[in-house]
Design a protein around this ligand. Sequence first.
Ligand code: FEO
Length: 389
Amino acid sequence: MKAVEIKNGIYWVGAIDWDLRNFHGYKTQRGSSYNSYLIIDDKITLIDNVKSHFFKEQLQRISTIVDPAKIDYIIQNHIEMDHSGSLPLILKHCPNAQVFASPKGVEGIPLHYSNNLNLKSVKSGSSLNLGKRTLNFVQTPMVHWPDNMVSYCPEEKILFSNDAFGQHISSSERFDDEYTSSINMYEASKYYANIVLPYGAMVQKALKTVDQLEMEIICPSHGLMWRSHISDILDKYKIWSKNEVVNKALIIYDSMWGSTRKIADTIQDVFEESKFSIRKMNLQHNHISDIMTEVLEAKIICVGSPTLNNNMMPTVSAFLTYFKGLAPKDRIGLAFGSYGWGGQSTAQVEKELKSCGFDLLETIRHQYVPTSSDLVTIKDKVKNQIKEL
Ligand code: FEO
């Protein structure tokens, strides 16, 4: 386990979680990393920590550069346990180190760990002198928790951005230009869609500050550091935070005996003849976090469910719960589905899409199995409604 020098005297000393496949419900098919950074200056400074069970790896990497007892300052940009878990453990090695966090961070750390940590709160706009270098703090609340802040080193032009600009990727490569760029950007979009999406207004506010900084490297707390694609990721964050969409239709559904699937296929036919690109995602085969990645830039969200025991199917319900929590805005919705009797599912889907504030197309609802002629009627109905979009 070695440290990776990212600039003279500044090191990555994090941990790589090769096996992570589930991050509170988000399918992390490429694992992740918990990035921690060490600055060797008059004041030896550690920025962010790692999950507690990765502490040995972090400690080993730090120890290749400096005796951990010599750490003077610890900057805790965010208190979620993937970044603060090892804080009490490292402090056993450097008990006199001063820990800096935002005011909300200083409130939250004792609620996770001990009351006896040496904490100091730093406000937005304040600075900390390390010797030859400075760290400037900017609070970025709700990107991703209320306590979040970023730390900027003007002498090195490095932004330590914590969750912002992260990707769940485990790799031996540390920089964006050492890794497949399309995969990196895909994982950054998945990360945004599943973690950051509800907080677009706060992201825009943070971007106004970040845009004024000269940056050679962005060091997030997950995945690869950005040095060759900084403007690309900033541009994407601007688009995503404004809920800007493209002409893409998502058809998300589950089916019991194939009738709702036939309606999904018919909706696909309609969009194939339009300007919209399509993603058809059966909830039996697609993880909800992968569907959210597609939601990120999709203008039309079609959700289909048959009625099962007076309700939509549990897969659809679970998806809509997750979807609503991530609060996508300014989309167009379409509810569809089949039923035998009762037929409550489509109204339930419709209600959920409406609660997101979407404009809705007319719901498609069919009893039992649609014939070829029924499907033509459904096709015409959808076609007429999307003409003007
Ligand atoms: Fe990666 Fe909000 O923690």
